[in-house]
Design a protein. Sequence first.
Length: 67
Amino acid sequence: MKKVVADKIALVMARDILRTSSHYQRNIDATTARDIAEFINSLSEIFQNKLDDGIDSSQIINAYKNQ
C-alpha cells in the first residue's frame, strides 16, 4: 500500500482511539505526543508492507468503524 494511503488510515484509527480514551484527552504532553506519533508510524508501516495498493482506504476505514 502507498504511504499516503497507509498514513491516512493510521491517522483515522489513532484519532478514533484517542476519542474513546479520556486519559489521553487530559494528559497530552510531549511524551504522549511522541508515543502517538510512533504508534501512527508503526501502524502505517504495517499497512504499507501488508496491504495491496488496490485496496481502497474507505473500505478499510468503513470496515474498521463498523467493528
